[in-house]
Design a protein around this ligand. Structure first.
Ligand code: TRP
Length: 431
């Protein structure tokens, strides 16, 4: 079954820190490859509002944004074929954050891992639970939900640590849809378990916090020095080496073809000197990175050009965000007073007073419908159908007031009885 609409992927990159080889192999490189898949639309943005939660140094904020924007373009992201923008260029995102804030339970945010970790740390230290916790940190998941929901993204490629945030975005979307009608697509986390986890120079997972990371765009001399620092065992030249558990070998593998990896494996067995293996690794990494490093240096040296690319990206996504935000403002009742001043609830036009069916497609590719009452509140939701026609046939049957045989396909909303649904269907069948 081929999708009628392209699958939309969206991911945010917090603009803090300097990318290292582990980020490149585990996230950046696969993301750029993924951006070229046919049948997909890809949104990549610099999450500088999220960075602001952690960074209160203006110069560092600006510099990080410059470096991370340059990094994405240098590794091959094509701003013409994807949506590449800076979060803070899209005022609609902060505007949407407020609408979402108003449908988000505070208790839900209390349970967010990042916030809870800060609280736990404070409690363990005997401090006030919310000591040094800003409301920005607390609201992090809502801002992230706005990033995602604004562009009706289906799939959100993230690391496991972010899955809870995607689930929250989904819940927030559902609350909003329930109150105001079907405006948001429900997003799903997309986790790629096939990408390599790169070891750092000490053999543990490469991570800035372990101080074992090799910067992606280190100058060649620095790269050579970092590689020389990779921990190896004490086997002398001529002595066979183990590939198992060798960080050097694993890093090589992440940058080499199967053929080249095979050659190094043989060289290990033949007792290659560690210094020679390190030279091979340096050449392999530098071979892949050098052209990117050159582009990176050129981009960082030309901030005006980068600014132009980002502004172009902002124009492209605001063409989507501005009208959608207008739709959402109207949905919640932030409206032009002179236009259509329907009295609240009481005397709605006859048509709007009817319950109605809404059909939609989910990220799982299946077709669903829901029945909402005259006020837009959810009464029942269907199970997934393989085709829109199947879903449509079930809707047609229900519209004739026939609930028989449809029960297995209907999940009643909380607090809704079968009689409520039957009554709504009866109203519809008459109308
Ligand atoms: N929180 C994400 C991270 O730290 C970054 C991010 C912000 C994001 N907004 C997003 C990721 C929206 C995906 C979608 O990695």
């Amino acid at each position: 079954m081929s999708p009628t609409r392209p699958v939309r992927f969206l991911t945010g990159i917090t603009t803090t820190g300097t990318p290292h080889l582990g980020n490149y192999v585990g996230a950046l490189r696969p993301a750029v490859q993924a951006s070229r898949r046919p049948g997909t639309e890809n949104f990549y943005f610099l999450a500088d509002y999220h960075a602001l939660i952690k960074c209160d140094e203006p110069a560092r904020m600006q510099r990080s944004t410059l470096e991370i924007a340059a990094c994405w373009l240098a590794i091959g992201l094509d701003p013409e074929s994807v949506f590449f923008y800076r979060q803070s260029d899209i005022p609609e995102i902060t505007e949407l954050t407020w609408l979402l804030t108003c449908v988000t339970g505070k208790g839900v945010l209390n349970r967010a891992h990042a916030y809870k970790a800060s609280v736990d740390k404070n409690v363990a230290a005997g401090a006030d639970p919310d000591s040094d916790v800003t409301a920005g940190l607390f609201m992090y998941p809502v801002l992230m939900a706005a990033d995602i929901l604004m562009f009706k993204a289906h799939k959100i490629p993230v690391g496991r640590d972010q899955v809870q945030h995607i689930e929250m975005a989904r819940d927030i979307a559902q609350s909003f849809n329930h109150l105001y009608g079907e405006h948001f697509v429900l997003p799903e986390a997309a986790i790629d378990d096939t990408v390599a986890l790169l070891p750092g120079t000490d053999g543990r997972k490469m991570s800035k916090s372990y101080d074992n990371a090799i910067p992606l765009f280190a100058p060649p001399a620095e790269l050579r020095k970092q590689i020389a620092g990779i921990v190896t065992d004490s086997r002398v030249p001529g002595e066979p080496k183990e590939v198992e558990g060798s960080a050097l070998f694993q890093i090589f593998e992440a940058f080499a073809s199967p053929e080249e990896t095979h050659q190094l494996r043989r060289a290990y067995a033949d007792g290659i000197a560690w210094s020679d293996a390190k030279q091979m690794l340096f050449e392999r990494i530098d071979g892949e990175i050098a052209p990117m490093r050159e582009r990176y240096d050129a981009l960082v040296g030309n901030p005006a050009q980068l600014e132009k690319v980002l502004r172009g990206g902002a124009d492209k996504v605001r063409a989507l965000a501005t009208p959608f935000m207008a739709e959402l403002r109207s949905a919640v009742g932030l409206r032009n007073l002179a236009a259509g001043t329907a009295p609240a609830r009481k005397a709605k036009p006859a048509k709007a007073a009817l319950p109605s069916f809404k059909q939609y497609r989910e990220a799982d590719g299946l077709h669903y419908f829901k029945l909402v009452d005259s006020g837009g509140a959810l009464l029942a939701q269907s199970t997934g159908f393989g085709t829109p026609q199947e879903a449509g046939r079930m809707v047609a049957q229900l519209k004739q007031g026939r609930l028989d045989g449809a029960q297995a396909a209907l999940q009643l909303a909380d607090g809704v009885s079968r009689a409520d649904v039957a009554a709504a269907l009866a109203t519809l069948a008459q109308g």
